[in-house]
Design a protein around this ligand. Structure first.
Ligand code: ZN
Length: 326
């Protein structure tokens, strides 16, 4: 059998070409499923497949199947593919390599006039990422019978737009019932999402499984209280509670190393009173805190007794205990 060779440069060029649909300033892609950018890359993909003589079929979930007939067209096709949607801060290769790598293989077959025994199909699954519509792998899930189409259509994004509406809007709700077509085999080429292959100097690996995932959205509620007047033992600081939770999440994952992973993905901003950018503000807080603690009778103006206590208190705070000992 003839050993066919793909054109690596052409594959690279198509990766770079499609990266413009939803390109981000730092060199990545934000091409959320069923967005206008998703429609553009789908149109691009469809036209390139049709240029090779493939028939492109779209199912009711918007998943695309580009078919090249085989010598025996009654055999179930060999499918290859992945997804063209990306995370909001996605890279150029995640999913895209699987679809465009398949396209490159198809182009090579076409150019060499190679006839395969079974038909060959390239698949572009809708919403594999799940970042706009949870859960991930939604359309392939419907294809596999894990979810119903109604469940998929009713998923909403953050703006309240449903999957069904958006699929219709971009014109990719096809007539074929999801899951009716059968594959003889399915290949998915995918970049490694982690750093292990590179770290171990390996070129390629085989996926043995997918990690089970649980997502939690946690709100930690504290109790507002006057910063200066509420003693430490009575404080209910939400951020401190969150910090302890985060620390524990990390520890639990480490207890189950190397396979378990725990991450807290959130954008947080906070203001810590004692770490005010102005030094004088820090001093003021410390002075008043010590003063009130030590001599509540004379508030709001410190007497000479209060001032001396305050100064002692502040110097005590500022000097580390071990330096006093040495
Ligand atoms: Zn992917």
């Amino acid at each position: 059998m003839q050993n066919l060779q793909i054109d690596a440069q052409r594959l690279w060029d198509t990766l770079m070409e499609t990266a413009k649909f939803g390109a981000t300033p730092k060199g990545g892609i934000c091409r959320l499923t069923l967005s206008d950018f998703d429609r553009q890359v789908r149109d691009w993909f469809k036209s390139r497949c049709e240029a090779l003589g493939c028939t492109v079929t779209v199912d009711e979930m918007g998943s695309m199947f580009a078919r090249r007939p085989g010598k025996n067209d009654k055999l179930p096709p060999i499918a290859m593919g992945s997804h063209l949607d990306t995370q909001p801060t996605g890279g150029k290769f995640d999913g895209v390599l699987g679809v465009l790598g398949a396209l490159e293989a198809m182009r090579t077959l076409h150019e060499t006039g190679y006839e395969t025994n079974s038909p060959i199909e390239i698949v572009n699954w809708t919403n594999e990422e799940g970042s706009r519509y949870a859960p991930a792998m939604l359309a392939s899930g419907v294809f596999a019978g894990v979810f119903t189409p109604e469940f998929a259509y009713s998923r909403t994004d953050r703006d309240g737009k449903t999957f069904g509406e958006e699929l219709q809007r971009i014109g990719y709700k096809g007539p074929e019932k999801a899951g009716t077509r059968k594959f003889g085999a399915m290949f998915e080429l995918h970049i490694e999402q982690g750093p292990i292959l590179e770290d171990e100097g390996r070129m390629i690996g085989v996926v043995q499984g997918v990690q089970g995932m649980r997502w939690y959205e946690v709100t930690v509620t504290g109790q507002e209280a006057h910063t200066g007047a509420t003693p430490m033992r009575l404080r209910k600081n939400a951020l401190l509670g969150a910090a302890r939770l985060i620390e524990r999440i990390d520890a639990i994952a480490l207890e189950h190393a190397p396979d378990a992973v725990g991450a807290v993905a959130a954008a947080m901003s906070f203001r810590a009173r004692y770490f005010s950018p102005s030094i004088s503000a820090i001093r003021t807080t410390m002075f008043s805190t010590s003063w009130r603690r030590n001599c509540g009778r004379h508030w709001p103006r410190p007497c000479s007794h209060c001032s001396s206590v305050t100064k002692k208190g502040v110097s005590g705070i500022r000097r580390p205990s071990n330096s006093r000992r040495s």
